[in-house]
Design a binder for this molecule. Structure first.
Ligand SMILES: NC(=O)c1ccc[n+]([C@@H]2O[C@H](COP(=O)([O-])OP(=O)(O)OC[C@H]3O[C@@H](n4cnc5c(N)ncnc54)[C@H](O)[C@@H]3O)[C@@H](O)[C@H]2O)c1
Length: 373
């Protein structure tokens, strides 16, 4: 699809800007629609320096019909990334999350219904699954269910079966039924389903990518609501210990933003991908404590030990990591960035950055609303 124009909504953000680099390299023209949200880009934000000069930036809100119509004019494909991003914050900014993520997607789709494109790729999220898939002691596969508030208050963090036996987490495939345990998750599932449904109705080949925990350069360091690695990095940079919820043994799949960009390009170019959803992760998983320790090592801050706070955010999950078999088979996706290499890359970039540590403020916001137990 060389010589084609691609629109990335949210294209001035972390993932969008990396994808823009890869698309430009592959010969596409790239347009970004982004409102340069202050939570991500700082107050009075200007075009970010990291955004490639060849990207045509349209500054505006995804809910603004006129701007969106202008942004989709003349494009051959669209990546829909514009979203407000943060599980904890979504639990009290309910209207804002529902409006930007839900209504924004609706406005985009009404514009695309009038001017269909050759491909639409929507950023969905692992958060839609809630708890991942688990195995019982007998080897039976069962979906993990939400832990009760009473259980969490008692600091019993494990996901258990009906008899109270702890379950063992296993990789989660796309077939696991979504449990959407937060307002953010609901809004991401809504984005995914709206795009898949409207895409099919209007003959727009659409691909949903369920991203797992993405890390890499350019992630907003001062946004305390998103990106555990960026949050930890921001703490280390300020010589404070990373704060770890629960007991630190919860497991996640951390995937490099470069691998995410790879998956996006495949989703754009592989005709077989149309009308399907794929997990995009690294296929590996680590506990949160392991991740904090590895980061401390890479940053040369081994003397700063992570602080286990023994708290849990309402709506948070214990374990979820990706089964990426489908993306391997259909997209030909293969993660290329080893975790240590990705962390080193992140550490080099961090040396030139300053981060305003707003983690304490964010924790207070949640606690004041009873959203931390
Ligand atoms: N980073 C992750 O770990 C992760 C994981 C799963 C899914 N995702 C999804 O991937 C996509 C990109 O995430 P990211 O990490 O790059 O986040 P990001 O915050 O860096 O980028 C999102 C961009 O959208 C823009 N935006 C926000 N509200 C907007 C609005 N009303 N109108 C126009 N633009 C708006 C922001 O200014 C920002 O540049 C999002 O849809 C997110 O939900 C991210």
């Amino acid at each position: 699809m060389g010589n084609r124009t691609v629109l990335i909504t949210g294209g001035a953000g972390f993932v969008g800007s990396h994808l823009a680099d890869d698309l430009l390299e592959r010969g596409y023209s790239v347009r970004a629609l982004d409102n340069l949200s202050p939570q991500v880009h700082g107050p009075g934000a200007k075009r970010p320096d990291y955004l490639a000069p060849d990207v045509e930036l349209v500054v505006g809100d995804i809910r603004d019909e006129a701007i969106v119509r202008r942004a989709v004019d003349g494009v051959d494909a669209v990546f829909h990334f514009a979203a407000t991003v943060g599980v904890g914050q979504s639990m009290y900014q309910i209207a804002n999350y529902t409006s930007i993520n839900g209504d924004g997607t609706a406005v985009l789709l009404e514009a695309l219904a009038q001017k269909p494109v050759e491909r639409l790729v929507v950023a969905s999220s692992m958060s839609i699954y809630g708890e991942g898939l688990y195995r019982t002691a007998d080897g039976e596969l069962v979906p993990g269910t939400e832990r009760s508030i009473e259980q969490l208050r008692g600091h019993d963090w494990e996901v258990r079966d009906v008899d109270g036996e702890p379950l063992t987490p296993v990789p989660t495939p796309e077939t696991k039924c979504p449990a959407v345990p937060s307002v953010y998750a609901i809004s991401k599932y809504q984005q995914e389903r709206l795009c898949m449904t409207v895409g099919r109705a209007y003959g727009i080949p659409t691909v949903g990518l369920r991203f797992f925990n993405i890390y890499g350069t350019r992630q907003a360091l001062s946004n305390p609501y998103t990106g555990v690695l960026a949050i930890f990095a921001s703490r280390f940079l300020n010589n404070s210990a990373p704060l770890i919820n629960e007991d630190g043994r919860q497991r996640r799949d951390f995937v490099s933003v470069h691998d995410i960009a790879q998956a996006c390009c495949l989703a754009l170019e592989k005709s077989e991908a149309a009308d399907q959803v794929f997990n995009v992760g690294s296929g590996e998983h680590f506990s949160i404590t392991e991740v904090a320790e590895r980061m401390a090592k890479v940053l040369g801050k081994r003397e700063i030990e992570p602080e286990i706070v023994g708290k849990c955010r309402v709506g948070d999950i214990r374990n979820c990591f990706a089964d990426i078999t489908l993306a391997r088979e259909v997209l030909g996706y293969e993660p290329k960035v080893a975790f240590e290499d990705g962390l080193r890359d992140l550490a080099e970039w961090l040396e030139g950055q300053t981060a305003v540590d707003r983690v304490a403020d964010a924790s207070k916001e949640l606690a004041a609303r009873g959203l931390a137990v």
